[in-house]
Ligand binder design. Structure first.
Ligand code: A2P
Length: 281
């Protein structure tokens, strides 16, 4: 651990129940246990305080090991995990949560998410009720969803449930304005997976490149700064310590209003967005 790095100041985002989470964390898909253990302990050593995993990534054991290896107390790390479709029932969520806790070797998670709505199965409202129970039981400090589209959020709302957060595929080429508008109206925090665009050309975009050069930053830093400026939580994945540090070091520069306007003016395309009415696990 290098001196000075620990002073990186990571702002937090407040969830509707008052729980605060770091605005940026380490994504861990598609790391296996061995890779995750190493990447997580390195990342925490350089100042990361949030790690994002899922049952489906099959790396919760490695993530938990990485947290312990880092030597930083578990209470200082914000841990997010997600569960699969087979647990979409009130009791199922309790079982899914306990299984994740046992793989991670922790007593609670900070955020537990329904990974995909799987509307064909029709169980996500029951799953959310299950989430409220694990919240009440203290097994999760906050609860939410992932990959929910407006109709899925509406169905939860009709049943009287509002998630604390919805983690969706979002980047400057896919700003997801329809979903984000609902989040803002309902006080749901927006979190972005694949915040760097899943290799969609974002990092070689000339507009982003020019902004990066003018700040003496990388395109990835500009994109992550954009997420943070809009109040989004992001979880960029990197196994490379240099890129991990780069991705965390975005809070010591600002994008100007005109730069933000430029980044908010790419033509919106949903073509590369995974459709959660069809895709899910
Ligand atoms: P690597 O793990 O080799 O660093 P996303 O989270 O948007 O899906 O992006 C993850 C991908 O982007 C990974 O392939 C990761 O590769 C790469 N990546 C992560 N951080 C950076 C960065 N700062 N610059 C360039 N590529 C990055």
């Amino acid at each position: 651990m290098k001196d000075g790095i620990m002073t990186l100041n990571i702002p937090s985002v407040k969830l509707a129940n008052g729980v605060e989470m770091p605005a940026i964390g380490l994504g861990t898909w598609p790391m296996d246990d061995v890779e995750a253990s190493s990447a997580v302990s390195t990342a925490i050593g350089m100042g990361y305080r949030m790690v994002d995993t899922a049952e489906n990534y099959r790396n919760e054991v490695g993530v938990g090991e990485g947290i312990r290896r880092s030597g930083v107390p578990r209470s200082e790390i914000f841990v997010t995990t997600k569960f699969n479709r087979e647990w979409h029932s009130i009791q199922g969520v309790r079982a899914a949560c306990e299984a994740s806790l046992s793989r991670l070797k922790v007593d609670y998670v900070d955020l537990l998410l329904i990974h995909w709505p799987n509307p064909d199965q029709g169980g996500y409202v029951a799953a959310f009720e299950g989430l409220t129970r694990v919240l009440d039981a203290g097994l999760a400090r906050s609860i939410g969803v992932s990959n929910f589209k407006p109709a899925h959020l509406q169905k939860l709302s009709d049943a009287g449930f509002e998630p604390h957060l919805n983690q969706i595929q979002l980047d400057p080429y896919h700003r997801r304005q329809d979903v984000v508008a609902i989040h803002q109206a309902k006080g749901i925090v927006t979190a972005a997976w694949s915040p760097l665009g899943r290799g969609n050309g974002l990092l070689t975009d000339p507009v982003i490149g020019a902004i990066a050069v003018s700040h003496d930053r990388t395109p990835a830093q500009v994109v992550l700064r954009w997420h943070a400026a809009l109040g989004y939580v992001s979880v960029p994945k990197s196994s490379d310590p240099e890129r991990q540090l780069q991705n965390l070091s975005i809070f010591d520069f600002d994008l100007s209003p005109s730069e933000l306007d430029l980044l908010n003016s790419f033509e919106e395309s949903n073509e590369e967005i995974l459709d959660s009415d069809v895709v899910g696990h």
